[in-house]
Design a protein around this ligand. Sequence first.
Ligand code: 13P
Length: 249
Amino acid sequence: MAMKPLIAANWKMNKDIKEAVSFINKFKNLIKNIKNTEIVICAPFTSLSEIKKLIKTTNIKLGAQNMHFEEKGAFTGEISGLMLKDIVEYVILGHSERRQIFHETDDLINKKIESALKNKLKPILCIGETLQQRNNNKTMKIIKNQLKGCLKNVSNDEMKNIVVAYEPVWAIGTGKNATPEQAEEVHKFIRELLSKMYNETISKNTRIIYGGSMKPNNARELLSMPNINGGLVGGASLDAKSFGEICNT
Ligand code: 13P
């Protein structure tokens, strides 16, 4: 694939400001020579401003892990795209933890995507099946419903700013990654869907990244598949050395 791969860290609810700063100071040296890969750190809201100061002269980009679909108002505890747009470039939306723990639906995620795009943020849209769904041969149906539901009304032009992350729920935090073949099968299916929903060019140019127990020792195999254009890394992104290794893969 000619497109620039993207490796993103999803720190989830980890690291206080001091820990985040110490990570970045170490990490920036490990990846300073990387030019052909986009590197994004999706940190908790509390650390974003500090990290932003530290990455000014580096090749690291910043992302958030969630946002509300409204821009402002009486939504205690929420953060909006309007608030994020001056700090981050990317925002993870529809992560399975948001879907499962916080009951986010495709409809809600679609509203968030709409608001993110309006605020010139680049959504990393997560989709993926549970183990039960996979065992019941529902994987492709689930992927299709999630993709269509979350991208409803997203225009051809807006698709330039969308990254799709395939994250099989059973592979997240379990140490049991999808095999490169399993992942490739779904990535290829997503690309075919995008081609039907949009067109060939958009389908070819959309980055489809893989997430779920990606580690330094399996990243190369996964990333060498033709339709895998990067990774969304949880656990292994918390350590500068191991995330650096994945970025250097
Ligand atoms: P792990 O890499 O810890 O499996 O998490 C993946 C993930 O959820 C990234 O968004």
